[in-house]
Design a binder for this molecule. Structure first.
Ligand SMILES: *Cc1c(COP(=O)(O)O)cnc(C)c1O
Length: 393
C-alpha cells in the first residue's frame, strides 16, 4: 500500500538520514540518547561498594542533594529513586488529593499523567502552543475562566464537580516553558504550579535554572536523560519545610530512632540508593560539559539539514539557554510520519516520534480535556533525532 505521499516521505527520510550520516560519520546514530561515562563514575561507585553503603543511607546521597541544591539557587532537594516518584511527591507537596483534577499537557511522557494517578487524582489535559511546546498560556487563561468555579475549599470544575488542585507544566526536550506567564494566569485562582523539569536539568531561562520559577519541580536521572544515576529523580522545593515532609514521605515516614520502627504516615520507599547517587555525583561534575556538547549538536544538525526542504529544526526559546536534551525536527504537514521514520530506521538512525498524546492512551482517553489540536498536529509531524553527548564527540 504505497501512496504517492509515502514515496515522497520515504525519499525525505532517506535524504535526512544521508545528511545526518555525512555530518556525524563516526557516531553511534542507532540510539536516541546514549549515556556517556567519562568522569569519576567508576571511582565513586567503587568507593560506595567498598564502604558497604550501597542502599538508601550514605554519603553520596547527601552529596548529590547538596550539589544539586547549589545548581538550583540553594533550594532544598530530595533525591528519589525515579523521576516519576519525584513528580508524585511534588504533587503531594502541592496539595493534590484523591479525587482532584490536575491540569497537565497531553504532549508529554506518560509519567506526568501516571504521577497524577498515583495521587488518586485525574489528569485534565490542556493543549500546548507550537512555539514553546508547553501549555498554551492564552488558551489556559480562557479555558480556566470557563471551567473553574470558586468555592470555600478551592477551585472546582463546573462540569465534573471535582476540585482542580494544581497545574503541571512540562519543559519539553529541555526547552523552558513560559513559566512566568503561566503563573500570571493561575495565580489569581491560587492554583499551585508544579514544574516537570525531568528533561531540563542544566537548562537556563531568563538567567535562572529551569525548575526554580515555581514552588516545586521534579527532575529525572533516568538512563536516557542528560545526566543519569541509572534510575533516579529529585524534587526541588522552594520551601525547606515542604522538602522535609517530602523526604520523610520518601523514607517510609519513619521517625528517626536508634532501634524503634515508628512510622507516622503512609509513606513510600522512594529514597535514591547511595550507589545511584555515587553515579550521579560523577555525572553532575560533567553536566556543564554535557550541556555544551549537546548545544553544539543543534548547529551541526542545522548545517546538515539546512538545505533540506520540508524539515524545520526546533531551536531554543529566546531568553533561554536549553540543555537540548533531545534534538527535534518538524516535518511539513503533508508528510507521512511513519514513512519518514521507517526510512530513517532502515538507514540506522534511531529517530523517534513524539510520545503518543496521553489522551489517546486507553487509560487516559476518558479524562477531561480542552480541544487538543496543536498536540495532535505536532504528534503527526515531530521527530527526535539522536541527541546523546557521544554524537557530538
Ligand atoms: C523522564 C521523564 C519523567 C520521569 O521519568 P522516570 O523514568 O521515572 O525518571 C517525567 N516526565 C517527563 C516529561 C520525562 O521525560
Amino acid at each position: 500500500m504505497s501512496s504517492l505521499n509515502d514515496v515522497k516521505s520515504r525519499a525525505l527520510g532517506k535524504l535526512v538520514a544521508s545528511k545526518i550520516k555525512q555530518e556525524f560519520p563516526v557516531a553511534n546514530l542507532g540510539v536516541l540518547h546514549e549515556p556517556v561515562f567519562r568522569g569519576r563514575e567508576l571511582d565513586y561507585t567503587r568507593q560506595c561498594i567498598e564502604s558497604g553503603f550501597v542502599s538508601s543511607v550514605g554519603e553520596f546521597v547527601n552529596r548529590f542533594e547538596e550539589q544539586l541544591s547549589l545548581r538550583f539557587e540553594g533550594r532544598s532537594v530530595v533525591a528519589t529513586n525515579t523521576g516519576t516518584s519525584a513528580l508524585h511527591l511534588a504533587l503531594i507537596g502541592a496539595g493534590v488529593n484523591e479525587g482532584d483534577e490536575v491540569i497537565i499537557p497531553a504532549a508529554t511522557f506518560v509519567a506526568t499523567a501516571n504521577a497524577v494517578r498515583m495521587c488518586g487524582a485525574i489528569p485534565h489535559f490542556v493543549d500546548i502552543e507550537l512555539s514553546s511546546m508547553a501549555l498554551d498560556t492564552q488558551l489556559l487563561e480562557e479555558y480556566l475562566s470557563d471551567l473553574l468555579e470558586p468555592r470555600l475549599e478551592g477551585q472546582f470544575n463546573r462540569q465534573s464537580g471535582r476540585r482542580v488542585s494544581a497545574v503541571v507544566v512540562v519543559h519539553l526536550f529541555g526547552h523552558s516553558a513560559p513559566v512566568k506567564e503561566i503563573l500570571g494566569v493561575i495565580d489569581p485562582y491560587a492554583l499551585p504550579l508544579v514544574e516537570d523539569a525531568a528533561e531540563a536539568v542544566g537548562s537556563i531561562f531568563h538567567a535562572r535554572p529551569v525548575g526554580t520559577s515555581s514552588a516545586l519541580a521534579a527532575l529525572s536521572f533516568n538512563g536516557n536523560k542528560i545526566v543519569t544515576t541509572g534510575g533516579g529523580g529529585a524534587v526541588v522545593a522552594e520551601s525547606a519545610e515542604v522538602a522535609r515532609l517530602l523526604k520523610h514521605l520518601s523514607t517510609t515516614a519513619k521517625k528517626p530512632h536508634p532501634w524503634e520502627y515508628f512510622h507516622d504516615m503512609p509513606g513510600f520507599n522512594y529514597r535514591m540508593p547511595n550507589v545511584n547517587a555515587a553515579l550521579g555525583c560523577a555525572q553532575l561534575e560533567q553536566l556543564d560539559l554535557f550541556v555544551e556538547a549537546k548545544r553544539s549538536l543543534v548547529g551541526r544538525y542545522a548545517s546538515a539539514l539546512g538545505d533540506v526542504s520540508d524539515v524545520e529544526l526546533v531551536t531554543e526559546p529566546s531568553g533561554g539557554r536549553s540543555n537540548y536534551w533531545l534534538q527535534t525536527i518538524l516535518l511539513e504537514q503533508s508528510h507521512d510520519l511513519s514513512a519518514v521514520l521507517g526510512a530513517l530506521h532502515e538507514e540506522g538512525i534511531g529517530a523517534r516520534p513524539l510520545w503518543k498524546p496521553l489522551h489517546e492512551l486507553p487509560m487516559y482517553e476518558r479524562c477531561p480535556r480542552s480541544p487538543l489540536g496543536v498536540t495532535e498536529s505536532l504528534s503527526g509531524r515531530l521527530i527526535n533525532l539522536p541527541s546523546g553527548v557521544g554524537v557530538a564527540a
